[in-house]
Design a protein around this ligand. Structure first.
Ligand code: C5P
Length: 242
């Protein structure tokens, strides 16, 4: 299904580190932009107005607030999030089966009551800032990260969640375990000449897509480029080589 999407429908621009006005201006200046990712920082700055503003511009919104709470609270938050028209919404897989299942049902209900397309929830498995040693020493979780990622992705899949967010290095393994309809959305994407920033384990756009990623999230290599519109096109070109 995703092979047939145009590159710009698979490239999500992460608007971290920008004020709301900078984010709106940037979106206006990238002609082929289809998707924006609103994370915690921009959401705290622009609130619901930000989501509506991007939607008014004809853009699709990935609302990356990583909900994690007891089932009733998480599902109520997803119900409300779906009513904003956001089409991708993140939750933490470690909230557990019931929370994931109820959140998914609530999101579908919230959108359908307003005649909106049902959003796709994406489960976060293990944040890329964790490493195995810290997982054991700080959280007392003695488990290989890869095994935990697999387990949480399968849990999300069983609960009816539409996909997960994962590092590009986890994509191939998860693609083999999960059906193609389960989206694998990956940050940590860099072209050969981009700066790494704080990303450590990165992959180029075409390699990530070839490994099985459904959509890619790219932030600073585009938002901080001298010419963001050109940088966006160059990422799309690289994706078309997959
Ligand atoms: O690094 P870049 O600006 O392309 O980040 C895009 C997205 O990748 C961010 O919004 C963040 O959610 C995610 N990220 C990550 N791990 C990091 C840094 C960023 O998953 N170390």
């Amino acid at each position: 299904m995703h092979k047939s999407l145009a590159a710009n429908d698979k490239l999500i621009l992460a608007l971290d580190g920008l004020s709301k006005n900078e984010a709106y201006d940037l979106a206006d200046n990238i002609p082929n932009l289809r998707w924006v990712k609103i994370g915690l920082e921009l959401f705290m700055n622009s609130g619901l107005e930000g989501i509506l503003e991007f939607r008014k511009k004809g853009l699709k919104v990935f609302l990356d607030l990583k909900f994690h709470d007891i089932p009733i609270t998480m599902s109520s938050a997803c119900y409300q999030a779906a009513r904003t028209g956001a089409e991708l919404i993140t939750v933490h897989a470690c909230a557990g089966f019931n929370a994931l299942k109820e959140a998914n049902h609530a999101a579908i209900k919230g959108a359908s009551e307003l005649g909106l397309a049902p959003p796709r929830l994406l489960a976060v498995t293990v944040l890329t800032s964790w490493e195995e040693k810290k997982f054991a020493s700080e959280l007392m979780i003695n488990q290989p990260l890869e095994q935990r990622v697999e387990h949480l992705a399968k849990l999300a899949l069983r609960a009816g969640i539409g996909g997960c967010v994962c590092s590009p290095l986890e994509v191939q393994n998860l693609r083999n375990l999960c059906p193609n309809s389960f989206e694998l959305v990956t940050p940590g994407i860099r072209s050969k000449d981009s700066e790494l920033g704080d990303q450590v384990r990165v992959m180029t756009p075409s390699k990530a897509l070839n490994a099985g990623a459904s959509r890619l999230v790219v932030g600073r290599p585009i938002t901080k480029a001298n010419n963001p519109a050109d940088a966006f096109i160059s990422f799309c070109r690289d994706m078309e080589m997959s």
